[in-house]
Design a protein around this ligand. Structure first.
Ligand SMILES: Cc1cc2nc3c(=O)[nH]c(=O)nc-3n(C[C@H](O)[C@H](O)[C@H](O)COP(=O)(O)OP(=O)(O)OC[C@H]3O[C@@H](n4cnc5c(N)ncnc54)[C@H](O)[C@@H]3O)c2cc1C
Length: 483
């Protein structure tokens, strides 16, 4: 279910978009002079704080994050990436790679060259080997569409606007999670530019440590492209069943019983949606709250009808489950299509126990905060379970459920209410938390051991060997950080 109507969030933007220059350039030199060599040789563009277009260039998809880099390079190709790294080294600056900026809350770009790779959008699909190659600017939606043109499907996260590279570096949890595991497990090779400016390719046999680190961990290089295996999809039905919020207790408990013996071909979540009575919310939803089950079932119509019967018996007011092509999955969770100011918080549950469900229901039904909130519980397990896949820094998730509360900050005064509500949900679920955090759902830099577990030390070693002085800044930094 869509949280927001298209572009309504643009009416409010807590990021400073002032056109006033915010120069971080040393006053000892003419502003911008040190970037002259880079500017003259780039195929793409460089933007400096005093230039037109600066705010658009530095603003990430996640609008609550106010990025203040020294410069923004919008790379047009791999040569631009290599040139930027070499120039950054010469100038003593760090490089912070970013594609869309969905994960901007975890990246410190201050004083660095923010290297935006969103221009590297190329995607090719080889139908014979069922593989794809995606540039570092490719989005999940574009990859899904390209794969579908050949009757193939990529394992991705749920949101189509997310960048493939950032999503893979965080694991990637989507509609095929219980049948195919994390998206990172389908990566077969990565290519990029290392901290010296040299190009590098890593796969299972070449640079295996780097290949391992990039799958669910951290890439101590600027990734320029990924290669992934695709799969053939059979029958697929997906959509949402929606009830008024008064049914929350019944629906959440019924969902909890329903997931207990589902096949791995079904991935689902239950969520409570709270829409405050504000003009930014479209009329049919304004001031109304709902509980919904969203599901993707790799099954034909008869099997789907049988599987959904216990949920449909509760008479949902809306039922959108229907046969679909994989590319249509992008609409099922209703992620906002445009950049938004949002804040969220997550808890990985060891088990979806009756007591955990009690806590989830109580937290989701708390007094309305006045914020636009989605409080969801994703069903994990299946191919995500430990021991089912390996080979990457993080290849599995040791927990049965993921609680994620996210709120759109539809108007600046709402920011406090959103953060407070998200924190309250996490606090309520904390007694049921597994020891780990799911990286793609950690919106601020998190404890490395909670993110990577026993892989943490090896990851640090790989990063130290590829980028000993921390030229490349990553979200959730683990290695040395250059000033
Ligand atoms: C609305 C929304 C819905 C989401 N839904 C899901 C979901 O269903 N499943 C899921 O798994 N995740 C989901 N996410 C989380 C998302 O996958 C992460 O935020 C991910 O990091 C986004 O990748 P990006 O490239 O779009 O973002 P960016 O902010 O551009 O990148 C994130 C990080 O990846 C690294 N990175 C990016 N590009 C490069 C590069 N070229 N070279 C080296 N490092 C690079 C950097 O460290 C960067 O800080 C969602 C996020 C949002 C905001």
């Amino acid at each position: 279910m869509r949280l927001f109507r298209r572009s309504s969030a643009r009416t409010v933007d807590p990021v400073s978009t002032s056109s006033a220059p915010t120069s971080t350039v040393s006053p000892a030199v003419l502003p911008g002079e040190e970037f002259a060599a880079l500017r003259s040789r780039l195929h793409g563009r460089i933007r400096l704080p005093f230039e037109e277009g600066w705010d658009a260039a530095r603003t990430p998809w996640q609008l609550v994050v106010d990025q203040r880099p020294a410069a923004v390079v919008e790379a047009a190709d791999i040569e631009d990436v290599a040139l930027t790294v070499r120039e950054a080294r010469r100038l003593g600056l760090a490089v912070a790679p970013q594609s869309t900026g969905h994960g901007a809350g975890t990246l410190d770009a201050s004083g660095a060259i923010l290297l935006r790779t969103r221009g590297l959008t190329g995607i090719t699909v080889d139908p014979d080997s069922a593989t794809a190659r995606a540039g570092a600017g490719a989005t999940a939606g574009a990859l899904a569409a390209a794969a579908q043109d050949h009757g193939l499907t990529a394992v991705l996260g749920m949101a189509p606007t997310v960048g493939v590279v950032g999503m893979i570096l965080g694991g990637g949890l989507g509609w095929f999670a219980r049948s195919h595991g994390l998206a990172a497990n389908s990566v077969t090779a990565i290519e990029g530019v290392d901290a010296t400016g040299a190009t590098v390719r890593a796969d299972a046999t070449r640079q295996p440590d780097l290949f391992w680190a990039a799958r669910g961990g951290e890439a101590p290089i600027i990734v320029t492209a990924l290669e992934l295996s695709l799969h053939r999809t059979g029958d697929l039905q997906a959509g949402a069943l929606v009830w008024p919020i008064e049914a929350t207790d019944q629906v959440v408990r019924a969902w909890g019983a329903w997931i207990a013996d589902l096949p791995e071909t079904v991935t689902s979540l239950v969520r409570v949606l709270r829409y405050p009575p504000i003009p930014e919310i479209p009329e049919p939803l304004r001031g109304r709250d709902f509980v919904a089950v969203e599901a993707a079932l790799q099954a034909g119509p008869p099997a789907t009808a049988e599987l959904l019967a216990p949920l449909r018996a509760m008479n949902p007011m809306i039922d959108t489950v229907h046969p679909m092509a994989p590319v249509e999955l992008a609409a099922v969770h209703g992620d906002p299509p445009d950049p938004v100011p949002a804040a969220g918080s997550s808890v990985l549950l060891g088990e979806i126990s009756p007591k955990a469900l009690d806590a989830f229901i109580a937290a989701a039904l708390a007094e309305p905060s006045g914020a636009l909130l989605s409080i969801e519980l994703r069903h994990l397990g299946g191919a995500l379970a430990p021991g089912r896949a390996g080979g990457g820094a993080v290849s599995d998730i040791g927990g049965e459920g993921l609680v994620y509360c996210v709120g759109m900050i539809a108007a600046p005064p709402m920011a406090g209410a959103v953060s407070t509500a998200a924190a309250a949900v996490s606090t309520a679920l904390a007694p049921f938390a597994a020891p780990r955090i799911v990286k793609n759902f950690a919106e601020r830099p998190a404890d490395p051991t909670a993110l990577y577990g026993t892989a943490t030390d090896r990851l640090r070693g790989v990063i130290a060997s590829w980028d000993p002085d921390g030229l490349i800044r990553a979200g959730h930094p683990l290695g040395a950080v250059r000033g």
